[in-house]
Design a protein around this ligand. Structure first.
Ligand code: PEP
Ligand code: MN
Length: 351
């Protein structure tokens, strides 16, 4: 159950409801969304409890939700959430526009970043990616440039005027990543790192939450619930493939999860066709399929010299391959009543 109070509801009124809920054997937790206080419980108590609370003057509404979701649920919020990213407010997930994020898997060097960013911006990407902290399966693999990588990514943000997303893997780095980027990425391996989710949510930055490779849709949405519970409504989900038995693809891209997640939640959902398939030739068809099934955007790996890439070179698109994805996307996006977010005009100043 969610008890939503009017803005500026007096503290005493919230305390009265809190006590009522505790007396009913429920253990409410306090949250807030868009300046309105909320009390959230896992259980619902007796049927008349909700209606008695709803009659109180400071209470805007009481929402009883039949499943485990609360703030992420379509029952709580029927209309799609729009998540704005970046200082200009032009990049919006979950609205009319389909948003394409692109860039290398990992930030490697100024020259590599310049080349990849020029290629993706030239073809119409409206947001940039690049990992500085890399959660690698093997401790012997390249672990990312860390803070130095964040600085290189931030230079691209300044150079292009485009927002950037980058992964954060530990609560202690949330502050620096939030400082240097426009959106924090929680990777598949950390989807249920609840301390990290709490810290990332509390940063106030928009968060891109990738689906755990073995997570059910419900577990994914409950991880998003941790973020929203901090009062941060700017959450975007990302389907990035789940573990299956077939090794022909790196993971199994679950596009049904996109349509199902969008039915259950108001949060935007994007797709990563690079990490899911692991193969450049599958990125274009899966990108078009993602747009067709209602995804709100894509995040795509691009490297202009994939053979020398320090991370995930095997799945990276070249600049030319990325351009063909962008060309193919336009008509599909339009066929489902959306528009491709228009390329932003900016001067590519020298770094
Ligand atoms: C990434 O996008 O760089 C990444 C590591 O993705 P995932 O967490 O989905 O594997
Ligand atoms: Mn990667």
């Amino acid at each position: 159950m969610i008890v939503a109070f009017y803005r500026h509801a007096p503290h005493e009124d919230i305390s009265i409801v809190n006590k009522k809920l505790r007396d009913a054997g429920l253990a409410p937790t306090a949250s807030a969304l868009r300046d309105a206080s909320l009390l959230i419980t896992e259980g619902t108590g007796a049927p008349e409890l909700a209606s008695s609370i709803e009659r109180m003057p400071s209470v805007e509404r009481v929402v009883v939700i039949p499943d485990a979701q609360r703030l992420t649920s379509r029952v709580f919020q029927t209309e799609d959430s729009r998540v704005k990213v970046g200082a200009t407010g032009k990049t919006v997930f979950g609205g009319q526009e389909f948003v394409v994020i692109a860039g290398p898997c990992a930030v490697e060097s100024p020259a590599q970043m310049n080349a990849a960013v020029d290629a993706v911006v030239g073809s119409g990407a409206v947001m940039l990616r690049g990992g500085a902290f890399k959660p690698r399966t093997s401790p012997y693999s390249f672990q990312g440039l860390g803070l130095a990588g964040l600085t290189l990514l931030a230079e691209q943000r300044r150079r292009t005027g485009l927002p950037v997303v980058t992964e954060v893997v530990t609560p202690k780095d949330v502050e620096s990543v939030a400082e240097e980027s426009d959106m924090l990425q929680i990777g598949t391996r950390n989807m249920q790192n609840f301390e990290l989710l709490r810290e990332a949510g509390a940063s106030g930055r928009p968060v891109l939450l990738k689906r755990g490779m073995s997570a059910t849709i419900e577990e994914w949405l409950l991880a998003a619930e941790y973020l929203m519970h901090t009062g941060n409504g700017d959450v975007v989900l990302c389907e990035r493939g789940i573990r299956s038995y077939d090794r022909s693809t790196r993971f199994t891209l679950d596009l049904s999860a996109v349509a199902e997640a969008k039915r259950r939640t108001h949060l935007p959902v994007i797709v990563d066709p690079s990490h899911s398939t692991g193969q450049p030739h599958l990125v274009r068809p899966m990108s078009l399929a993602a747009a067709a099934c209602g995804a709100d955007g894509l995040i795509i790996d691009v490297h202009t010299d994939a053979r020398s890439a320090l991370c995930d070179g095997a799945q990276a698109l070249s600049g030319e391959q990325f351009a063909t994805v962008m060309e193919g996307l336009g008509p599909v996006v339009e066929a489902v009543g959306r528009t491709l977010a228009p390329a932003r005009s900016h001067t590519l100043a020298a770094v």
